[in-house]
Design a binder for this molecule. Sequence first.
Ligand code: DMJ
Length: 456
Amino acid sequence: MIRKRIALVGLGVSLGFFVTFAVQRWNQSREDAHAREMSERVKTEFLHAWNNYERYAWGHDALKPLSKTPHDWYGQSLLMTPVDALDTLIVMKLGAEAGKARELITTELSFDRDIYVKNFEITIRLLGGLLSGYQLTGDKRLLTLAEDLGNRLLPAFESPTGLPYVYINLRTGQVRDPISNPAETGTLLLEFGTLSKLTGKPIFYDKAKRALVETYKRRSPIGLVGSSINVETGAWIDPDSHISGGIDSYYEYLWKCWILFGDKDCLEMSNASMPAVHKYLADEVRGELWYGHANMSTGQRTETTYGALDAFFPALLAFSGDLPRARRLQASSFKMWNLHGIEPEVIDYKTMRATALTYHLRPEIVESTYYLHHYTRDPEYRRMGETIFNDFVKHCRVDSGYAALQNVVTKEKRDEMESFALAETFKYFYLLFASPDALDFDKIVFNTEAHPLRRE
Ligand code: DMJ
C-alpha cells in the first residue's frame, strides 16, 4: 500500500517536472520565434534607411532625410555612411547591398584631400569601419585604404604632450585646434592598435597608446578627468567631470584595450579609474542609480544631468563584470527613454525634466540593452528593446529614411540621419534579437562606433 502511494507520488512529481519542462520549452520557442520576427523587422527598417541613402545620397557622406538631399561633412565626400554601414550590411547578410557598398568604397574613396578633418570622428567611423570591413571580407583594398588613412592621421599626435590635435589636414598633415577632451584623445587605440596588428607596424599602436596614457596621467589626485584639455600644455581647461559626451568612450577604451590586446597597462588604468567614477559621479536618487557631474579636483557635485550619451555606461559595466550596477543604471536609462516615449539628449534626473530636447538617433541605450541581454539572457531586455524599437520607428521613420528629432516633446523632426544610426543603432537592435551566432560576441570587441574588431 505504502509502496503504491510512493510510486504514485513519484509519478506525480515526474509528471509535474515534465509539464513544467514542456511549458518552459514552449515559452522559449515562442520567445525565440518572436525574436526572429523582431530581427526581420529591424532588417526591413534598416533597409528603408539604407535604400533611401542609396536613392538620394549615393556617394555622399550622409542623407538628409527630410529634404532628400545629400550632405558632405567637409564639402567633399569621405563616404561616411557606406563605410560606417558596411559591416552592418554584412552582419545582416545583405550580400548584394554589401557588395555594392564595398565596390563604391574601394573604387571611389580617396583620402588625398586638402581638407581638415576631425581625427576622432574619422578614426572611429572610417578607420574602424574599414578595418572591420577588411576583417569580415578579407578584401585587401579595405586594409590598404585603412593604412593610407592611418598614415595621414599620424601627424595629429605631434604635439608637445603626445595628445592629438583635434583637426588634421589629410593632404598636408597640418594640424589645428589644441583644445581637446578625453574622449577625443583617448578613443583611438582600438583602431590604431588593430591597424598595427594587421600591418605589422607598431607606430600606430604606440602613438594612440601614448595619447591614452597621457590623458590618464593627468587625472586629478582623486582620480577624475575633466571635460577639456590643452594638448600643447597638458593643462585642463574645464574641470567638469562626468561620463557623458567628451569623456564617455575614454573609459570604454581603457577597458576594451585590455580585452582586445591583453595590454595590462590598460587593465591597471581602468581599475584605477573606475572607483573614482563610482565614488564621485554615481548618485542615488529615489532609490535609483544615476551618474551626474562633479568637479574633477574636489569631487563636489556640479550637475545632476544624465543623457542619451551616458546611456552607454551599462554596456561597459556589464562588459567589465559589474552586472548589478549595469542593471540598475539601465533601468534609469529606460525611465529616461519613457519620459517622452523617446530619449531626450539630456535630462535633470533630480527633477526628471528634459534639459536638451533633441534625439539624434543615438545608439547607446540600445547598445546597453544588447549587452545586458547578452550577459543575463533575461527576456526583460528583449522586451525593453522592443519598446525602444517601436518608439524609434513610430517617431523617427519618415518617407525617405530615418530622421532625428528636434524636439522629443512635440516630435518635430530634424533633417539629419547620422551615419552612426546605420553603423550602431540598427546593428545593436538587430543583434539584440538575432540568434547569437549572427556575430560571435566573444571573438570580437566593438569599437565605440559598433565596428566589430577581431580579438585574435
Ligand atoms: C557615436 O559616434 C559613437 O558612439 C561615439 O562614441 C559617441 N557618439 C556617437 C553616437 O551617439
